[in-house]
Design a protein around this ligand. Structure first.
Ligand SMILES: Cc1cc2nc3c(=O)[nH]c(=O)nc-3n(C[C@H](O)[C@H](O)[C@H](O)COP(=O)(O)OP(=O)(O)OC[C@H]3O[C@@H](n4cnc5c(N)ncnc54)[C@H](O)[C@@H]3O)c2cc1C
Ligand SMILES: *[C@@H]1O[C@H](CO)[C@@H](O)[C@H](O)[C@H]1NC(C)=O
Ligand SMILES: *[C@@H]1O[C@H](CO)[C@@H](O)[C@H](O)[C@H]1NC(C)=O
Ligand SMILES: *[C@@H]1O[C@H](CO)[C@@H](O)[C@H](O)[C@H]1NC(C)=O
Ligand SMILES: *[C@@H]1O[C@H](CO)[C@@H](O)[C@H](O)[C@H]1NC(C)=O
Ligand SMILES: *[C@@H]1O[C@H](CO)[C@@H](O)[C@H](O)[C@H]1NC(C)=O
Length: 532
C-alpha cells in the first residue's frame, strides 16, 4: 500500500511537516463531530457510548491491535483510525454508516482482521473502524442442518459450536481458526473440504446486510444479484454484512490425517511432485492433499515438499487409494491418524496432539508475524524442468518463500464459473499461495523479503494463468492493482477486477451501481459504480 503523505499516526500529537495543514487542523473537530453524530443517532435502548473508542480511551490501542493480524500494518507510522466503533447492536452499525457518510470519513469494516493488506484496520485517509467482534452469535438448527452466524464470529468458534452439536456435521471453510467469517465468506472461503463441498459460499443460503440506507436486508429483500455479489465479490464494496445462513455438510465420524515430507536430498523430488500434479485433482473428492514447498537446512538450500492430507474416511481405505494411485508418496499406516473432524481442524492448524478443542475458542493470535502473500492459479501441469526451476529459484532468492499448492477438482469441477463471483472452477488444477513471513527480529530486512516475494512471483509467470494472471480475493495483494484513494475508475478497477473475477467483474459493477451508486463502501480494490 502506498503510504504516501497521509502516512502519519493520527493519534499522535506529532504533525508531519508536509501534512496538508488544513486537514491536520480539521482532524480533531471531525472526530468530535463524528462522535456527536453517533450519540445523536443511537437509540436510548442501546446507548452507543460503550462501543466508542477514540485515542482518548485508554483501551483504544489494545482494541486496535487485538484483531490486526499482520504486523506490517501495526507500525508506529501506520495510519490509525479516528475512532473504533465496536458495535454491540445493529443500531450501532447504522449510526456508524450514517455518521461516516455525513462527516466524509472512510469506513473500514473489520471482522477477524486477517486481511493480508490490512484493509480492515488502516487507510491512507481519515477513517474509522466499524469492528464486528461483539456481534458473533452462532445459532445452529440441527433439524434443518443450517446455522445463522454473525459476521464477528471466527471460524474456530463456528467449528467448535457445530462439533458440540453433532460429530457428523461440518462446514467447508478455512484452515486458520482465527479468520473471521465476515471477510472470509465474502471473499469465497475454502479449506480441506473444498474438493468434497466446494467453497464456503457454495454452501451459504441466506445473509443479512445493511447498506447506506441503514435497512437490514435478507436474501429476499436484497435481491439475488446482491446476494450473488457478496458471496465472493468482497463484502466491503457492497455494505456491512451482519450475518450469514449456512447449510451444514455431512462428515463421517472418523477422518484420517497425515503429513509426509520429501526432500531434494532424498532425490527424485521433481518426479514425485510431477506425479502429484497428475493425480491429485482426479482422486475421489474425499481426499484433499495439499503440498507445501519450503527450504530447510542451515543454508536453506534443500527443498522440502510436505504433503498434508485430509481424508473423509478411515486409514485402510485411504492407503488403498494412495497405493493404487500415488505409490511414490510412500504413505503407510504410521503416518496416518484417525480422528474426529473437529480434531482434524486442530491438526491442520498445527496444534499439538492431545490439546483440548477449547483452543478453538481462543480469539487472539499471540505469535503474530509480518506477512506478504500472493496468489496464482495453475491450469496446466508444470513440467519436470519447470519444477526444477521453481526449486532453484526458491533457493536462489533466499529460501524464505513457502509455496502452498491447493488442489481443485472434485466438487469444484461441477459448479459453473458464474455461480458466484469467483470464476475458477472446472479445469483449474491448483490454487497457489506464495507465502512470506518474518518476525520482529528480522524487521530490518523487510525490503529484502518484499523483493523476494515479488521476484518469485515474477519468475512463476510461465507456469500459471495468464491474460489475466488470476488471483484469489481472500489472498488480497495490492501489487496486482490498487487505488490508494479508494476511488478506482472502472478502467483502473479492471486491472485487479479481471484478475480476481474474470468475466464476472462486469456483473459486480452492475450490482454495485444499483446498490451503492455514491461509492460509500469502498477500498483500494473495491468494485466501482458506473457513473450515472
Ligand atoms: C493466517 C491466515 C490463514 C488464512 N487461511 C485461509 C484459508 O484457509 N482459506 C481462505 O479462503 N482464506 C484464508 N485466509 C484469508 C482470509 O480468508 C481473508 O483474509 C479474509 O478476508 C479474512 O476475513 P476476516 O474477517 O478475518 O478479515 P478482515 O480483515 O476483518 O476483513 C477482510 C475484508 O473483508 C471486509 N469485511 C470484513 N467484515 C465485513 C463485514 N461484516 N461486512 C462487509 N465487509 C467486511 C473488510 O473490510 C476487508 O476488506 C487466511 C488468512 C490468514 C491471515
Ligand atoms: C471512551 O471515552 C468516552 C469519553 O470519556 C466515554 O464516553 C466512552 O464510554 C469510552 N469508551 C468506552 C468503550 O469505555
Ligand atoms: C450521504 O452523504 C451524501 C453527501 O453528503 C448525502 O447526499 C446523502 O443523502 C447521504 N446519504 C444518506 C443515506 O444519508
Ligand atoms: C512464533 O512462531 C515461529 C514459527 O513457528 C517460531 O519460530 C517462534 O519461536 C514463535 N515465537 C513465539 C514467541 O512463540
Ligand atoms: C528491492 O528492489 C528494488 C527495486 O527492484 C531495489 O531498488 C532495492 O534495492 C531492493 N532492495 C533490496 C533490499 O534488495
Ligand atoms: C479520485 O479522487 C481524486 C482526488 O480527490 C480525484 O482527483 C480523482 O478524479 C478521483 N477519481 C475518480 C475516478 O473519481
Amino acid at each position: 500500500m502506498a503510504l504516501n503523505y497521509f502516512s502519519m499516526v493520527l493519534i499522535s500529537t506529532l504533525v508531519l511537516p508536509f501534512l496538508p495543514a488544513a486537514w491536520a487542523q480539521a482532524k480533531p473537530s471531525v472526530s468530535r463531530v463524528f462522535v456527536q453524530c453517533l450519540h445523536r443517532n443511537s437509540l436510548p435502548s442501546h446507548p452507543i457510548s460503550q462501543a466508542i473508542y477514540t485515542p482518548e480511551n485508554s483501551s483504544y490501542v489494545e482494541n486496535l491491535n487485538i484483531y490486526a493480524r499482520n504486523l506490517r500494518f501495526c507500525k508506529r507510522d501506520t495510519p490509525k483510525p479516528l475512532a473504533i466503533i465496536a458495535a454491540m447492536h445493529e443500531s450501532h452499525v447504522r449510526a456508524a454508516i450514517m455518521c461516516c457518510n455525513k462527516t466524509n470519513l472512510l469506513m473500514r469494516v473489520r471482522s477477524g482482521g486477517h486481511d493480508y493488506e490490512g484493509l480492515s484496520y488502516t487507510a491512507n485517509m481519515p477513517f474509522v473502524i466499524l469492528d464486528m467482534f461483539n456481534l458473533r452469535s452462532i445459532d445452529i438448527d440441527l433439524e434443518q442442518d443450517t446455522a445463522w452466524v454473525e459476521s464477528g464470529a471466527l471460524l474456530g468458534e463456528l467449528y467448535y459450536r457445530i462439533a458440540s452439536m453433532s460429530s457428523t456435521r461440518a462446514f467447508p471453510a478455512g484452515v486458520c481458526p482465527t479468520v473471521g467469517v465476515g471477510g472470509h465468506f465474502s471473499g469465497g472461503g475454502y479449506g480441506t473440504l473444498i474438493r468434497k463441498y466446494g467453497l464456503s459460499v457454495d454452501n451459504i443460503v441466506d445473509a443479512k446486510i445493511m447498506g447506506l440506507d441503514g435497512i437490514v436486508k435478507d436474501r429476499k429483500a436484497m435481491g439475488e444479484d446482491l446476494f450473488w455479489a457478496i458471496r465472493g465479490g468482497g463484502g466491503a464494496s457492497f455494505g456491512v454484512i451482519l450475518s450469514w445462513k449456512l447449510k451444514l455438510v455431512q462428515v463421517p465420524e472418523t477422518v484420517t490425517v497425515f503429513v509426509v515430507d520429501k526432500t531434494t536430498e532424498q532425490g527424485g523430488l521433481a518426479d514425485i511432485v510431477y506425479k502429484y500434479q497428475n493425480v491429485v485433482t482426479k482422486l475421489p473428492k474425499d481426499l484433499f492433499l495439499r503440498m507445501e514447498l519450503s527450504t530447510i537446512g542451515e543454508n536453506k538450500k534443500t527443498i522440502k515438499a510436505s504433503f498434508i492430507g485430509f481424508f473423509l474416511g478411515k486409514t485402510k481405505e485411504l492407503l488403498e487409494l494412495t497405493k493404487n494411485n500415488f505409490p511414490e508418496l510412500g504413505l503407510d499406516q504410521h503416518y496416518c491418524t484417525e480422528m474426529k473432524w473437529i480434531e482434524s481442524v486442530l491438526y491442520w492448524d498445527g496444534i499439538p496432539k492431545g490439546a483440548s478443542i477449547n483452543v478453538l475458542l481462543e480469539r487472539v493470535w499471540h505469535n503474530k508475524s509480518y506477512t506478504k502473500s500472493k496468489s496464482d492459479f495453475i491450469k496446466n501441469i508444470v513440467p519436470k524442468q519447470g519444477l526444477e526451476f521453481i526449486f532453484a529459484k526458491m533457493v536462489q532468492l533466499g529460501g524464505d518463500i513457502v509455496m502452498q499448492w491447493n488442489p481443485y477438482g472434485g466438487r469444484m469441477d461441477e459448479i459453473s464459473e458464474n455461480a458466484v463471483p469467483l470464476p475458477q472452477r472446472a479445469g483449474y488444477l491448483f490454487k497457489i499461495q506464495h507465502i512470506l513471513y518474518w518476525y520482529e527480529s528480522r524487521e530490518s530486512h523487510a525490503d529484502k523479503y518484499m523483493n523476494e516475494s515479488r521476484q518469485f512471483y515474477e519468475s512463476m509467470a510461465p507456469y500459471v494463468t495468464r491474460f489475466p494472471r488470476e488471483a484469489f480475493l481472500n489472498y488480497r495483494d495490492l501489487d496486482i492493482g490498487e487505488n490508494a484513494l479508494c476511488n478506482s475508475s472502472y478502467t483502473e478497477a479492471k486491472s485487479y477486477g479481471l484478475k480476481y473475477f474474470k468475466g464476472n467483474f462486469d456483473r459486480l459493477v452492475q450490482v454495485k451501481t444499483r446498490v451503492d451508486p455514491t461509492n460509500f463502501f469502498r477500498n483500494e480494490q473495491s468494485i466501482p459504480p458506473l457513473l450515472v
